[in-house]
Structure formats: structure tokens, C-alpha cells
Design a protein around this ligand. Structure first.
Ligand code: ADP
Ligand code: MG
Length: 461
């Protein structure tokens, strides 16, 4: 790569200037969302090749920015006539994966057999400690069903695999550990293996290195229940995926239970082979939704009950209101309050809580507004902001308007009538229709799905 870059430093500084221009032209948010991930690959024969880590980014950058990048390059270097965007597998392999977390170690929980491969289970992650609410009731019921079907005289595999998905910190790992705890306590002879996809990959690579893949395969293929957490981690990692696929099929064929978690639904998992995605969706796919106020309060109350320090109900309500991101942060907030109370030995009040948590609260306050959404969407589709409010019904403006309404429903706590009002006084049924229409299009139209995904990412950063 260095060779074909020729006068490498010069090319890099031209690239730096092109990037700086892109940043000013398209703004920080847009830049952060994808342009930041580009790297200069080569310049050869008047063609600049730019690498990005995923196909999604490639399509997006190629579709929306390649022309502009080309003319900026051309202004820097008259020889440049072409810009090509590539996906670099290696970059994808190395991209840091968010949300991979191992539970704290508790060696004694492991049966000797599975010790090598199964990750330790967190003793707090049991069904008893899991608070059920609307957002997680399906996932919870499915997890319970799987756990109960594995023990007792009438064992069965109710759905295979059970696929749990949802955002960070919403309880997926908790539910998987709870399944494992349940089975291990009721029938210690059952072989239950839980591990992160990252660890699965690590074990597999190690087996390859030590030419020990037979043992690796045997280990995995003789279990009763296999649970793999955060499977998005093996997206794009082809050999690991291949091995996983074979393991998966072998287990399903023998009617062994598989439980998978991921941050997206099977169909939305990028970098997964098609056959893998479709296979993952064969059983029950259960979505863990973002928390509601009621669930957050319920979780806080249950945690507070199990703790010695007392936190007034008012403070719990305050936290449930203000820390809306995920359960992990909510717990973090409560723990911080406990720690603070113990340190200063004074009673917890609303004021002291707000003070102790001011940074967390600020982060959770970064709420998207309807105005911002309208502005972004108008920019994105290159229509006038006024068209968000206008009565024009031409498709070219009506569709973007529907997209904006949809995003308002998804990303703000506003009601349908409130949203309607902000769109030139439209009726709430119009908003409802827009939301349905876009939901439909999202499922059937790839470009629409990507537009939405991108806008959402931009709005949320
Ligand atoms: P995920 O795997 O979805 O990222 P985790 O399972 O690690 O999330 O959950 C994050 C934290 O929140 C854990 O400490 C977990 O115990 C807690 N948690 C999440 N959902 C619930 C719930 N419904 N009831 C009790 N605790 C929960
Ligand atoms: Mg997890």
C-alpha cells in the first residue's frame, strides 16, 4: 500500500485537506457518522481508492459522497479523475466491537468439564433478579420456557434457536445467564455452555493454531445447550462464521437447544452470510425493547429492596425519569448514589442525587427534538425545511416528510397529535399513517432502511 501511494506523505496531506473540506461542508455529525471511518488506500493512475470498514458504509459513501470527494481531490491534485470506495475486510476484522463484556469470574460455578470453554456466570443474573415489564416480557417468557424445557422428565426444545436481540444494557446477557443457572441448579448433569461470540472466535482460532480443531468441534458438538452472546461480533469474520454455522447445524440436527443474542435482528445483521442469517431466524426471535418508565422504576425498586442503604422513593422516581438510556446506566447511577451515601454518611436527597449524577443526567438529556429531525431530514433529501410544514403532496416532499414523522415518533417522547401539529398542523391519523408507511417501506426497501438507519445514527450522536 505504501508503495502504490508513491509520494505517500503528499497523498496523505492532500487526503487530510479533502477530509477537512468534507467536514466543513457536511458538518460534524455527518462526518462522525461515516466519513471519519474512511482511510486512504491507494492512488494509482488517477484513481483514488478509499477504504471503509463495512459494505453499508461503502454503499452510502459511494452513493452520496463519491462525486464530491472526487471533485475535492481533483482540486488538490489535477491527476485524479476517479474515486473508488472499497470495503477492506481486514479493517472490518479489526474494527473494535462494542458491548462485548464478560461476566465477573466465579470459577466455582463451573463444572469441571465445561470449564475450559464456558464463560463464568454472573451469580446476580438469575430469573429471580430479573424484573419483567412490557419491553422484555416476550424475551423473558421465551427464556424461561427454554430453561424449563431442559429440566424435568419431559424435556423438549420448544424453539431453536432462541434468538434474543436488542440494544446495549437491556438484559440479554442477564437472561442467558438465568437460563444457564436454572438448568445447572435443577439438573447439574446437563451440559450447558455459555460464551460470548468473541470468546468462541478466540477458542476457534486457538484450536486452529494448535491444530486441535477436532477437540474443539467435539467439545461444542456434545453439549445440551449452547448459548452464544453478542453474535454480531463474528459478523464479517468468515472462517469463524463458517465454523459457527457448522456447529450450529450439527446441534440443531441433534435437537440440542441453542440460544443466541445480538444487537440486531437476524435479518439486520450486517456481514453475516445469508444462509446464516436465515438459519438464525428459524426459531423464536424475541426483541428486547428499550425500557419504559415503569420498568425502570420496577428495576430500581427491586435493587433498592435488596440493598442495605435506603434510597427514598422520590429519588428512585427521579432516576427512572431521567436515566433513560439503559439498565446498566441505571444501575450505575444507583450504585453511585450508594457509594456517595456511604462516604459522606448523609441521607440521600433529590438534590444530592442530582449533584452526584450531574454528568450522567446531562448525557441522558441529549434528547433529539422535532425541529432537529425536520432539519436533518430536509437536508438529507435536499428539500426545503418549509416543506416539512407545507401542504405540498408531491412524492418528492411527501415521502421525506413521512420519514421525519416516523423518526419523531421513534426518537422523541412526543405524542402523535403533538407531532402532527409540528408538521403544519396535520392530524394525528396522518402521522400514524406515515409511521406505518415508513415501517412497511423499511422492511421492503433497502435504500429506505439504510436512509433511516443513517439518519437515526446522525441524530443520536
Ligand atoms: P445486555 O446483555 O442486553 O447488554 P445485560 O444483560 O448485561 O444487558 O444487562 C445490563 C445490566 O442491567 C445487568 O446488570 C442486568 O442485571 C441489568 N438488567 C437488565 N435488565 C434487567 C431487568 N429486567 N431486571 C433486572 N436487571 C436488569
Ligand atoms: Mg450482553
Amino acid at each position: 500500500m505504501a508503495e502504490s501511494l508513491g509520494r505517500g506523505n503528499e497523498a496523505q496531506s492532500q487526503w487530510a485537506r479533502v477530509r477537512a473540506r468534507l467536514r466543513t461542508e457536511f458538518g460534524d455529525a455527518a462526518y462522525r457518522s461515516w466519513l471519519r471511518n474512511m482511510s486512504l488506500h491507494t492512488i494509482e493512475d488517477g484513481c483514488v481508492k478509499i477504504a471503509v470498514p463495512t459494505r453499508f458504509l461503502r454503499d452510502w459513501v459511494a452513493g452520496h459522497y463519491a462525486d464530491r470527494i472526487r471533485s475535492l481531490w481533483n482540486a488538490e491534485n489535477g491527476d485524479v479523475a476517479n474515486v473508488e470506495i472499497l470495503v477492506i475486510g481486514a479493517a472490518a476484522e479489526e474494527a473494535p466491537e462494542p458491548q462485548v463484556r464478560e461476566a465477573p469470574t466465579r470459577e466455582s460455578a463451573e463444572s469441571a468439564d465445561d470449564k475450559n470453554i464456558s464463560a463464568p456466570l454472573d451469580p446476580r443474573f438469575t430469573f429471580d433478579n430479573f424484573v419483567v415489564g412490557k419491553p422484555n416480557e416476550l424475551a423473558h417468557a421465551a427464556a424461561r420456557r427454554v430453561a424449563e424445557s431442559q429440566v424435568g422428565p419431559n424435556r423438549s426444545v420448544p424453539f431453536n434457536p432462541l434468538f434474543l436481540y436488542g440494544g446495549v444494557g437491556l438484559g440479554k446477557t442477564h437472561l442467558m445467564h438465568a437460563i444457564a443457572w436454572h438448568i445447572r441448579t435443577h439438573d447439574p448433569k446437563r451440559r450447558v455452555i455459555y460464551l460470548s461470540a468473541e470468546k468462541f472466535m478466540y477458542q476457534f482460532i486457538r484450536a486452529l493454531r494448535f491444530k486441535d480443531t477436532m477437540a474443539f468441534k467435539a467439545q461444542f458438538r456434545s453439549v445440551d445447550v449452547l448459548m452464544i452472546d453478542d453474535v454480531q461480533f463474528i459478523s464479517g469474520k468468515d472462517t469463524t462464521q463458517e465454523e459457527f454455522f457448522h456447529t450450529f447445524n450439527a446441534l440443531v440436527d441433534q435437537n440440542r437447544q441453542i440460544v443466541i443474542s445480538a444487537d440486531k435482528s437476524p435479518t439486520d445483521l450486517e456481514g453475516m452470510e445469508e444462509r446464516m442469517r436465515s438459519r438464525l431466524g428459524w426459531g423464536l426471535v424475541a426483541d428486547v425493547h428499550p425500557t419504559t418508565y415503569e420498568l425502570r422504576l420496577g428495576i430500581l425498586q427491586s435493587k433498592a429492596e435488596n440493598s442495605r442503604a435506603t434510597v427514598p422513593p422520590k429519588v428512585l422516581e427521579f432516576l427512572a425519569h431521567r436515566i433513560t438510556s439503559n439498565v446498566r446506566e441505571l444501575e450505575g447511577a444507583l450504585n453511585r448514589i450508594y457509594a456517595h451515601t456511604q462516604l459522606v454518611g448523609r441521607e440521600v436527597t433529590l438534590e444530592s442525587s442530582a449533584e452526584v449524577l450531574h454528568d450522567l443526567l446531562r448525557a441522558n438529556d441529549r434528547r433529539v427534538t422535532i425541529d432537529e429531525i425536520q432539519k436533518r431530514v430536509a437536508e438529507h433529501y435536499n428539500i426545503r425545511l418549509a416543506d416539512m410544514h407545507s401542504a405540498r403532496r408531491a412524492r418528492a416532499v411527501a415521502r421525506p416528510r413521512q420519514v421525519a414523522m416516523y423518526l419523531c415518533k421513534q426518537l422523541t417522547p412526543r405524542s402523535l397529535p403533538e407531532i402532527g401539529r409540528k408538521f403544519g398542523g396535520r392530524d394525528h391519523t396522518t402521522v400514524m399513517h406515515a409511521v406505518r408507511k415508513i415501517e412497511e417501506l423499511r422492511a421492503s426497501d433497502r435504500v429506505m432502511a439504510e436512509d433511516i438507519e443513517l439518519l437515526r445514527r446522525m441524530l443520536e450522536t
